[in-house]
Design a protein around this ligand. Structure first.
Ligand SMILES: [Zn+2]
Length: 479
């Protein structure tokens, strides 16, 4: 028996949305069928569109660092994140904490015992694509509405930055706090370090929610572009939403200073795309990512052979710049995936998987089973009533069961429709070609198994269940 938590999310942007109760129900059924003990549930109710603060989700991620439960159970992948990058990053976070992510209605890239399910990896890509597509389509209306409001200068939700307050749908400057914002900018500009700024604020008796400012809060303020009065949202520039608190020249000066200050940029987390995937071609040790500071203070990121660096095995492998290697691999993968033969075999495999999945129809079967059980319960109540047992509680129960059956019928209809809306070969092809251009990172994550790196060539081994192939790329020019 393994322990699990359930995460459920409801978004009012979608018309075909599964209710929280429905999601919980399917997850609980899955847990029962797979010997999982559900120890906790995390629920985010009614967050609209792609506006994503998801407090319960964040809490779940946080708890995953310290809790002993082993599995996160989610109704479907689109509950877990709105886009593939987000999904990939958060999944990695769970994985780092040794948690397994399972989707109750879909096959996933990882099995309950933590082994990889390669079919699932590919299918997951397609599901993410579809979830994104629908999310984008359904939230378009909402976005149009938001754009209208923003053009009128209205504040459309989200966190109100320090120094502002909302009144009549618009942001106004909180003069007391705006003074503090300017003080922080001026101090930093004059070369005062952040801990010292915090001391000065404390001495003045200025606190944030009753406590001294945290360094991150100060950096957050120093980095907040909105204080200059201009903001960019979805490729539109608005200068009528945030009244200006900090002069642009001062902000730009701080920006340059921050870029040079290592401490200030530490909170920005760098993603190493190829972590745990690269192997040294000469000595066979892993090539790991690391970060160093050049003499002029610039941060440089590298992939280095561990054999050479840590074990001093005499390996002569040069280290390679992070972005150079990552771009090279991206190019290699994109090129390989654009090969007509590869695309065709991928698509064939995906079509087969889809068929298999539709045959299995897990959700539909679960729903049908539940309907049968509910129907039996309903029949029993009716029999009891026929025998003359009639009370407020039987009446109430009768009503409940009837509502449940209506609800189940609806959900069964939706599931049945899903099969009718199966992806065509064209859909999959289109999705792949788009994903290749827009989110190659995700494909690398899922498709690249290993990269063997030499100084003048690399061999990429792919992870596909269809053709365990590898590619050789020769002739580097960036050493
Ligand atoms: Zn080596």
């Amino acid at each position: 028996m393994k322990t699990a938590v359930i995460y459920a999310r409801y978004s009012s942007a979608s018309q075909t949305e599964q209710s929280i109760e429905g999601q919980l129900h399917v997850c609980n059924q899955y847990a029962k069928a797979n010997d999982l003990i559900v120890v906790d549930t995390y629920i985010d109710r009614a967050t609209t569109g792609t506006n994503d603060n998801r407090a319960a989700f964040q809490q779940m991620l946080k708890d995953s660092e310290t809790s002993v439960w082993e599995v996160v159970l989610v109704y479907a992948i689109d509950r877990f994140g709105r886009n593939s990058i987000e999904v990939a990053i958060n999944k990695q976070r769970l994985k780092n904490n040794k948690k397994v992510l399972i989707f109750a209605t879909q096959r996933t890239s990882e099995n309950l015992d933590g082994t990889k399910n390669l079919d699932g990896i590919l299918l997951e890509n397609v599901y993410i694509g579809i979830a994104e597509y629908y999310s984008a389509e359904l939230s378009q209306k909402i976005l149009r509405g938001l754009k209208e409001s923003r053009r009128k200068g209205q504040f459309c939700g989200g966190k109100v930055p320090y120094g502002y307050y909302v009144k009549d749908k618009k942001l106004h400057i909180d003069e007391e706090k705006a003074k503090i914002v300017r003080f922080i900018y001026e101090q930093y500009s004059a070369g005062v370090y952040v801990p010292k700024i915090i001391c000065k604020l404390n001495e003045k008796g200025i606190f944030h929610n009753g406590k001294p400012f945290l360094p991150n809060a100060i950096y957050g303020i120093l980095r907040n572009k909105r204080y200059v009065g201009v903001t960019e949202i979805r490729n539109e520039i608005y200068d009528n939403i945030y009244p200006q608190i900090v002069p642009k020249e001062l902000f730009d000066k701080i920006k340059r200073k921050l870029a040079k200050n290592k401490l200030g940029s530490r909170s920005v987390k760098e993603i190493y795309l190829l972590r745990n995937k690269v192997k040294c071609g000469y000595c066979g040790h892993p090539i790991s990512a690391e970060c160093g500071t050049a003499k002029n203070g610039d941060v440089k990121r590298y992939y280095k052979c561990i054999g050479r660096k840590k074990y001093r095995n005499g390996c002569k492998k040069y280290s390679i710049r992070k972005d150079a290697l990552e771009n090279l691999v991206l190019d290699g993968v994109i090129q390989a995936m654009q090969d007509e033969k590869t695309i065709n075999s991928l698509i064939r495999g995906l079509m087969q998987m889809q068929e298999k999945l539709n045959e299995e129809r897990t959700t539909l079967k679960l729903l049908e089973k539940e309907k049968k059980q509910t129907q039996t319960a309903l029949d029993n109540i009716i029999k009891a009533i026929e025998r003359g047992i009639m009370s407020d509680s039987t009446n109430k129960r009768l009503h409940e069961l009837e509502t449940q059956i209506r609800d189940l019928d609806e959900r069964i209809a939706v599931e049945q429709n899903k099969v009718a809306f199966a992806l065509t070969e064209d859909d999959i092809r289109r999705y792949y070609l788009t994903a290749l251009k827009q989110e190659p990172q995700l494909l690398i994550n899922c498709l690249v198994k290993e990269i063997t790196l030499y100084d003048d060539k690399m061999i990429i081994t792919y992870n596909t269940p269809l053709n365990e192939g590898s590619d050789e790329n020769r002739g580097f020019s960036f050493y």
